[in-house]
Design a protein around this ligand. Structure first.
Ligand SMILES: [Zn+2]
Ligand SMILES: [Zn+2]
Length: 138
């Protein structure tokens, strides 16, 4: 059990599961996401401003739900959020699809590099052993 401030309302609460929001805010968030999903499903050209006014939800919250991919702006909406990498307008998440693919590839390349380095390190170790062995023979 750890006492920490809620990331949303700032109220202190006991977090035993690593939660960053107090239970009241978790419930609110859940309700807001449900309302937004419904609104965006029925109104295919809804904007963030409309959702904010109709549902009385903070614009800041709507954008954070979009970034978290909890909700998605409808296809006909004029609104969008910017890809954090290239600035292209997207309907949900942090990155556009091409950037996402590149980031995943980059990530995999990073892993492959690490693996190679590990193999090299092992080979160096073997070389060292061999040379010691040779010296022993002489
Ligand atoms: Zn809270
Ligand atoms: Zn992008």
């Amino acid at each position: 059990m750890q006492l920490r401030p809620c990331s949303n309302c700032g109220k202190l609460f006991y977090s035993n599961t690593g939660a960053v929001r107090c239970s009241a805010c978790v419930t609110t968030k859940f309700e807001e996401i449900k309302q937004l999903t419904k609104f965006f499903t029925y109104k295919q050209d809804a904007t963030i401003q409309e959702a904010k006014e109709k549902l009385n939800i903070d614009e800041k919250n709507i954008i954070s739900y979009l970034r978290e991919e909890k909700i998605e702006l409808p296809p006909l909406s004029e609104d969008g959020i910017e890809c954090k990498r290239c600035g292209k307008i997207i309907k949900t998440g942090k990155y556009c699809n091409p950037c996402k693919a590149e980031l995943i590839n980059g990530f995999n390349a990073g892993i492959r590099k690490e693996e190679k380095q590990e193999v090299k390190a092992k080979m160096r170790f073997l070389d060292y052993d061999n040379s010691r062995f040779k010296r022993k023979i002489k």
